[in-house]
Design a protein around this ligand. Structure first.
Ligand code: C2E
Ligand code: MG
Ligand code: MG
Length: 667
């Protein structure tokens, strides 16, 4: 605050003069009265003095007011100065904040014109500051769609800056001077008390990229980058909805499965397998139109959606064309590999309301195509639908059958060809269906395998077989040693619990593990080569033996066989049925199989021996064991009970002789 201003010295002097004047006036007035002179001069002088005094007092008062005014003025100036400093500081503060919002920030007018832009905005815009402020609308930087939407929503024009007006957040695309694109998160807030707004533009390009990547991964197969099942189902559902809206819109679905793909994986490795899948996907994709969708459902399964097709035949035409394309080999890992595929086609999609059902039927059609001998295509039709329903019914029946055990084992004798004596049996399952009578395994084993029901079924078969053999062996004593062959599905065999399952049955029935032989078909063994080798090697720990069934149909390689500790090899019936005494091709093949097996220390069983001629030839070829109609077809348990009794009876009468099996059976 300022100091008090002193009263001007002239005013003091004025007062002294007036005081002195007054004293002189009084002195002379008294003198005049004493001397009796005229006093009118003095009265005039007195009035003058009084006026001077009043004037002087007035001046003094004015001077004091002036001084107070000056002081007040000075105070005011001080205050203004302080406010100005405060304002400047405040503006500096807001400018600093504006400049350092961490985002490109602009202050905009109601029409979008930028009145102020921070350096970050200037940097991302690609313009100079002078070309932006008061010259450009920030809306010119964002994508047209958002631009239109904002104008429609009247976000700027005509809005009132009331207290209720809230900040708006939205994502948009930002284009700089060179038309480079960025993803931006905008926050638009009104500035209270003005009709301006502040707009923050945060660069979220990286975030959006990551978001898109995550989205892409969720809906695409990582190996081939094709749409995955989830995305395909979405697209297929859209096609269904479209076909409902538009009578002229038709679509079809193809389900593809590469034939014998597992063989490629097992023999050439997963790396080559992966490369083959990529090459396969590319070739199929290149053969389709842009509007069609190819998706990978996992493994070697692919699905195609053909859109806007003119006729139902179109899809079959595509299947044929694609199969033609696949006849050319693929070059992967420096090797030529073939990848033929089986196709299931659903071309009449009118009646479908759900994508899942189309896929189910396309899959079923593909399955039938495979059954028909691979590299085929099958169109799903009414017949197939009926068949599918039938299979469903069979599965339901099968579940019930397991529950109440409607199964029984039949046993086919296995014979030593040299002595024509019994060495054991093969257990073959039969299903006593309450309505359909005895059903053979050919009609239900594959469904059981597909549904996993083969596992409880195998347990029932193996347990009954072990029980029965244990009982027969106890009756026979040491005189005859029999073994029991059981058929095992590879799916069950490869389960980690398999060996424990078998062990539990052996423990329960008390059968010597040496007497149990596990038959696995050659085809199944080939399909899961690596896993099989690992497991087969563990069999020895359990004293179990492995028999390779239906040999000759699975195209095993010699080196593969050498790696497996297999005890017995069964030559498939199809080879045995064609051996005759003439030195034709088939005889040579069977001879080669037998000598190969012998070299690998395996015992050979000939399956389906039906004639004496075949028997004689097999003997000539040194085939040790046989099984077939010539000796006996599979018999029920009661028949085997009788056979055992006959053998025992024979031994009691002829302890030193070998029993003639044929005689025993005919009884
Ligand atoms: P497989 O293991 O090769 O069994 C031999 C099949 O050939 C049996 O058919 C048998 O009845 C038949 N057979 C034997 N000798 C002759 C002959 O001289 N001539 C002719 N024409 N046929 C003969 P089945 O019992 O119908 O069994 C068929 C297949 O079902 C079996 O072939 C086996 O792979 C499978 N199977 C049978 N039982 C089971 C089982 O319990 N579990 C599994 N997983 N599969 C089984
Ligand atoms: Mg068998
Ligand atoms: Mg067989």
């Amino acid at each position: 605050m300022g100091n008090k201003k002193p009263v001007p010295p002239l005013d003091q002097v004025g007062l002294i003069i007036i005081g002195t004047g007054a004293a002189l006036f009084y002195y002379y007035l008294e003198k005049t009265i004493q001397t009796g002179q005229n006093i009118s001069v003095f009265i005039t002088m007195g009035i003058i003095l009084l006026i001077s005094l009043c004037t002087q007092l007035l001046i003094n008062s004015i001077n004091r007011s002036k001084s107070a005014l000056a002081e007040a003025n000075e105070n005011l100036e001080m205050k203004v100065k302080e406010r100005t400093t405060e304002l400047r500081e405040s503006e500096m503060k807001y400018r600093t904040i504006f400049e350092n919002t961490g985002a490109a920030t602009v202050i905009v007018e109601t029409d979008g014109t930028i009145s102020l832009a921070n350096s970050e905005f200037v940097a991302i815009s690609g313009y100079e500051k002078k070309d932006i402020e008061n010259k450009k609308s920030w809306l010119n930087f964002i994508d047209k769609k958002t631009h239109r939407r904002l104008l429609n929503d009247k976000v700027f024009s005509g809005r009132e800056h009331g207290t209720n007006w809230e900040a708006k957040n939205f994502e948009c695309e930002f284009f700089d001077n060179d038309n480079n694109k960025k993803d931006i998160l905008c926050t638009l807030s009104p500035i209270p008390g003005t009709d301006k707004s502040v707009v923050y533009l945060a660069d979220i390009t990286e975030l959006k990229k990551a978001e898109r990547q995550i989205y892409h991964q969720a809906f695409h197969d990582t190996l081939t980058d094709l749409p995955n099942r989830a995305l395909f189902m979405e697209i297929l559902n859209m096609a269904i909805r479209r076909s409902r809206r538009r009578a002229d819109y038709h679509f079809a679905v193809l389900y593809l499965d590469i034939d014998r793909f597992k063989l490629v994986n097992d023999s050439l490795g997963h790396n080559v397998g992966d490369k083959l899948l990529i090459a396969f996907a590319n070739r199929i994709k290149d053969s389709l139109r842009d509007i069609d969708t190819l998706a990978r459902f996992g493994g070697d399964e692919f699905v195609i959606l053909l859109e806007d097709i003119e006729s139902d035949d179109y899809a079959s035409g595509v299947a044929k064309r694609l199969q033609q394309e696949l006849k050319r080999p693929f070059m992967v890992g420096g090797k030529e590999v073939f990848a033929l595929a089986s196709f299931g086609v659903v071309s009449n999609t009118i009646d479908y309301a759900q994508a899942e059902n189309i896929i189910r039927d396309a899959d079923a059609a593909m399955y039938h195509a495979k059954e028909n001998g691979k590299a085929q295509y099958k169109v799903f039709d009414k017949k197939l639908h009926k068949k599918a329903m039938h299979l469903l019914q069979r599965e339901t029946d099968l579940r019930k059958a397991i529950h109440i055990n409607q199964f029984e084992n039949h046993y086919q004798p296995i014979v030593d060809l040299k002595t024509a004596s019994l060495v054991g049996f093969e257990a073959l399952i039969r299903w006593n269906h309450p309505q359909l009578g005895l059903i053979y395994p050919g009609s239900f084993i594959s469904i059981a395998e597909e549904t996993g029901l083969i596992i409880p079924i195998t347990r029932l078969v193996v347990e009954a077989a072990c029980n029965d053999l244990q009982k027969w062996q106890e009756q026979l004593g040491d005189q005859i040693n029999l073994s029991m062959n059981v058929n095992i599905s590879i799916k069950h065999f490869l389960l980690p619990s398999f060996l424990d399952d078998i062990q539990a049955i052996l423990d329960k029935t008390g059968l010597d593990p040496n007497r149990l032989k596990l038959e696995i078909t050659e085809t199944a063994l080939m399909e899961d080569a690596d896993d099989t080798i690992r497991l087969v090697n563990r069999l020895k720990d359990y004293d179990l033996q492995l028999v390779i069934d239906d040999f000759g149909t699975g195209y095993s390689s010699l080196s593969y066989l050498q790696r497996l500790p297999i005890d017995t090899l069964k030559v498939d019936r199809s080879f045995v049925s064609r051996i005759r005494n003439e030195p034709d091709g088939n005889r040579n093949i069977v001879e080669a199989i037998i000598s190969l097996a012998h070299r690998l220390d395996m015992i050979v069983v000939a399956e389906g021996v039906e004639t004496q001629e075949q028997y004689a030839i097999l003997l000539e070829m040194n085939c040790q064991l046989g099984q077939g109609k010539l000796f006996s077809m599979p018999m029920n348990k009661k028949a085997v009970d009788e056979l055992i009794q006959n053998i025992l009876h024979f031994y009691q009468q002829h302890p030193d002789q070998l029993y003639p099996l044929a005689d025993m059976l005919s009884n």
